[in-house]
Design a protein around this ligand. Structure first.
Ligand SMILES: [Zn+2]
Length: 219
């Protein structure tokens, strides 16, 4: 049950922002490969939330988040461009690395360079305070990404923003003592201040964007 839930979420991870495609193009650093498997990880319920029955120190990060277990074998099998590997996504988000080349993301006084999807129903001031799971980009990879798939141009914006690690995206559980039950409504994004985050099996780290300056769809 937990494996299916985790695997199902893995099918919906990368929203198509990695625009470099095909056997000759570079494979984004954060992309998951078909040879990287979601491992079965039996969950148990504790007083605070969920835990792995055989949990070890590598299963949680400094925020106390419980992370999905996915083997790390970049280059094994075929690249899955629309999915992100939890560990590499987390590393890129935490360190502000380019999601494509894993070098430092571009940064100036207006902030870091991001490429995010347009909101179908943006709130006033959007994208201020938007939560994103897609790591930033370096200038070169941003240009390649925007050029590589013109058909997606109307659906995204290039912007500069300051940011902070704000929470996580993943599978949410609820009490079902002794075994937790997954919510069946898909993946959830939770902020660090939300007590339910102890019931989240994290797949991706989120950052909140502040001080946004939209550069445009062209980069
Ligand atoms: Zn790059």
């Amino acid at each position: 049950m937990h494996l299916i839930s985790s695997e199902a979420r893995a099918q919906h991870t990368n929203g198509g922002e990695h625009l470099v495609r095909g056997p000759l193009g570079p494979v984004p650093y954060v992309a998951r490969w078909s040879g990287e498997n979601v491992l079965e990880a039996p969950l148990v319920e504790t007083r605070q939330g969920i835990a792995y029955r055989d949990e070890s120190s590598v299963d949680r990060d400094g925020h106390g988040l419980l992370w999905s277990r996915v083997t790390s074998r970049p280059g094994a099998g075929e690249p899955l461009y629309r999915q992100m590997h939890p560990l590499r996504q987390r590393r890129a988000m935490r360190r502000l690395l380019c999601q494509v080349c894993a070098g430092p993301a571009d940064h100036n006084q207006h902030g870091t360079l991001w490429l995010i999807h347009e909101q179908p129903h943006p709130w006033p001031g959007w994208p201020e305070r938007a939560q994103t799971t897609h790591p930033p980009l370096c200038l070169r990879c941003a240009r390649i990404s925007v050029k590589a798939c013109p058909s997606l141009r109307p659906a995204h914006v290039v912007l500069r923003a300051h940011s902070f690690v704000s929470g996580a995206w993943g599978g949410l559980y609820r009490t079902g003592w002794p075994n937790p039950h997954p919510f069946l409504t898909g993946a959830h994004t939770l902020q660090f201040g939300d007590p339910r985050i102890r019931w989240l099996q994290a797949d991706q780290l989120t950052r909140e964007l502040v001080g946004c300056t939209i550069i445009g769809p062209e980069g």
